[in-house]
Structures are given as C-alpha cells and as structure tokens.
Design a binder for this molecule. Structure first.
Ligand SMILES: Cc1ncc(COP(=O)(O)O)c(C=O)c1O
Length: 391
C-alpha cells in the first residue's frame, strides 16, 4: 500500500486507549522538538532540577527524585537491586503479570519472598498483609504493585501500610508505573520509601522516562548498600544530583523536555481535579460498558480507576474485535496477558482521558460489537453520559 504524507498522518491518528502508552497532548509532543543541549551545562541543570521539583509535587514528597532514562521496568528493577540483598525477607501481594514479574526480580536479587497470592482480579486484603507482617517479624520490605495493569485491579490501602512497616522500620516500596498521576498519592504522609512510575501512562508523556522517588531512609540505605550494577546504581545518581544537579549518564534530553511539559500540564490542572477526572471517567467506562453487556474482570471492590479490564463475550474473538476497533475506528485498546490472553481486553483510562475519550471509545466498541453480530444495548452511551455530567 502506497500512501501520501497526509493520508499517513490521518492513518496514524489513533485514539490511544491503551494502559500505556497513552495519548500525548500536542503541547507535550512539541516540547521534544527543540535544539539539543549539553547534558553537562547550565541549560541541562535548569531543565533537570525543574523536572525533579515538579515530580516531587506530583508524588507529594520532599525526598530525592531520579528521572531515569528507561522504561518502567528499569525503575522497578532499580527499586529492587538498590534495596534488596541476598536473604532479605520481602512480602509482596501477587495477583497478575506485573506483581509476578516483581516477585521474580526480588527472587533473582536473592530475597526470601513471601507471596500473598490471590486469584487474578482480586487483591490481598489489608488483613492478609497484616497477618503476613505478624508472622514475619524480621521482614525487610513490603513491595506492592499499586495498580495491577494486567487485570485492572488497584490496591486501596496504601495509606495504612506504614502502620505495619513502622513496627520494625521495614521498607515500603510501591510500583506505581501505571497509576501515578491518575490517583491520589501522598508519598511522605503514607510513609512510602520508594515509589516508581513511567512517564507514558497516567502522566501522559512519551515513553522513556521513569521517575523513582526515594525517602531519606531509603536513600541512606541505598548509599550504604551499593548494588553490583552500573546503570541503575542509585548511589551514582544521588552523587551527580547532589554535586551538580546532573545525571551520571547521558539522559534522553528530548524526552525530558516532553516530560517537563507534561508535569507543567498536570500542575496547571491540579492533582485533585485530575484525580476526580480519572475517577469520573472510569466510573463512566464501567457503567457504560456494563450497560453494553460487557462484564468487568476485576471484583468490584478491587477495580482500578485507571485500567478497565473487561471479559470478552462468549465467542468474541480478540484479534477480530481489537483489529476492527483499530482499523475501522482508529481506537486502540489492549488485549490480555498470559492466561488472560483472548479472555479479556483492557481500556486505559489515564493521562489525558476526558469525557470525549470515554464517549468515543464506548461508541466505537458498541459499533464494533454490532458489526460482529452481537446484540447490544443502545442506552449504553446515555448511561455513560449521565456519569460524565460532573466533568
Ligand atoms: C504495574 C507495571 N509495572 C511495570 C511495568 C513495566 O513498564 P514498561 O513496560 O514501561 O517497562 C508496567 C507496564 O505496563 C506496569 O503496568
């Protein structure tokens, strides 16, 4: 197929309703198109110090922040290799692909991992976590995937965990890759020691920058326990920042420009309003898509406000469904992972998500189901619209 430039642009204009990467505002994309600067210069110091300060605001922390030039996995790995040594005891709830991966990383680091395994679509309860702490007084850290992107579940008791970690001064580490910027977060108040995220999700920036925020206690621990790694060696990042407000290695400068612009947009909107927007949009998605006849995969009390996972209707083929949405409507949603492949699809409700994104996505899903011969409820859009009234 030969297409001209104009057609190519339209061809690529997707509504990106994936659980990352998400739609990036034009203002953020444009910020990347700038002259290159020296990463050992005052220009860079100004950019990077600004990025750090604004990231601290989003995380609600006064602790150190490092904006790694890496995908989210890099920041997650950094949270493991800089904190955990052979034999350390770690508690982690496991209920999907990303919590399983994190548990594996902890095992590779030599930790003795206590997995609180629950069925996919459910979370370990706070009482289960408390029981694990009661039974393991020598625990070194509690790791948790705040939003399990593979199943559309979200842990809702992060504010209570420090009552457990405070007992023996253990560490509280959060993988917030798919949720930071879309939900309420008070890192210092909630006693979180390490929190990581990825710019391409609820922060609505391009992929490639992954911030890691660190409490003073965790920073001290990381400096005293340098890992046998070079690139994700946090001690080096602290040294370069504390001495010169620089990074030890060449950072992805254009992506940092874009990320800074995304942070500006977040702070202009205000976190309270932003969180409200995400919650209202997810409510509209759950209600509207349920009215269409689709059932959410996650149990009601565990449902995420940033990733909506839905069970496929009987006989509905994943490839045809997502292919039609993409090719006929230019709407992108994600499939399921591992054992959920072909059984669920996932809608990202993050970053720029607005009432228009919700209505267009539900409308496209509705039409796709019609085209595939499924009987759907024409009232679904009205149900969603009703929920969106406060935006
Ligand atoms: C919870 C969670 N952790 C880690 C990752 C890995 O991030 P990346 O794909 O940017 O490496 C993801 C990606 O979706 C995620 O959702």
């Amino acid at each position: 197929m030969v297409i001209n430039f104009r057609e190519w642009r339209i061809y690529l204009e997707y509504l990106v309703m994936l659980p990352g990467p998400t739609n990036v505002p034009e203002r953020v994309t444009r910020a990347m198109f700038t002259h290159m600067i020296n990463h050992r210069s005052k220009d860079f110091v100004k950019l990077y110090a600004d990025v750090v300060e604004k990231t601290q605001k989003v995380f609600d922390t006064t602790g150190d922040v490092v904006a790694l030039s890496a995908s989210g996995t890099g920041a997650v790995e950094a949270s493991v290799v800089n904190m955990i040594k052979k034999g350390d005891k770690v508690i982690i709830p496991v209920n999907g692909e990303f919590s399983s991966r994190l548990a594996t990383m902890l095992e590779w680091a030599g930790a003795s991992v206590i997995k609180l395994q629950t069925p996919f679509g459910q979370n370990a309860s706070f009482d289960q976590v408390k029981e694990a702490f009661d039974n393991n007084k020598d625990v070194k850290a509690f790791y948790v995937v705040w939003n399990e992107t593979s199943t559309g579940t979200m842990v809702k008791y992060l504010d209570k965990v420090s009552s457990l970690t405070a007992r023996n001064d253990s560490f509280f580490v959060v993988d917030g890759v798919s949720i930071v910027g879309g939900e309420e977060l008070h890192m210092d108040k909630w006693g979180i020691d390490v929190c990581v995220t990825g710019a391409q999700k609820a922060l609505a920036a391009p992929p490639g920058i992954s911030p890691i925020a660190v409490s003073p206690k965790a920073k001290k621990h990381m400096i005293a326990n340098e890992p046998p790694t070079f690139y994700f060696n946090m001690k080096r990042y602290f040294k370069y920042y504390d001495e010169n407000k620089e990074t030890p290695f060449t950072p992805a400068i254009p992506l940092l420009y874009a990320y800074k612009e995304a942070l500006d947009m977040i702070l202009e909107e205000g976190m309270d309003k932003r969180v409200h927007r995400h919650r209202v949009c997810s409510d509209a998605f759950y209600s509207g898509l349920s009215a269409l006849g689709l059932t959410p995969f996650a149990k009601e009390d565990a449902r995420s406000t940033v990733v909506i996972a839905l069970n496929y209707l009987q006989g509905l083929d994943d490839k045809t469904f997502r292919g039609t949405l993409s090719e006929k409507f230019r709407v992108l949603v994600a499939g399921g992972f591992g054992e959920l492949k072909g059984k669920v699809f996932r809608v990202g409700c993050m970053g720029e998500v607005s009432k228009y994104h919700v209505m267009r996505t539900i409308s496209a899903i509705h039409s796709t189901l019609d085209m595939m011969g499924y009987k759907t409820n024409p009232e679904a859009l009205k149900v969603a619209e009703e929920k969106l009234k406060t935006l």
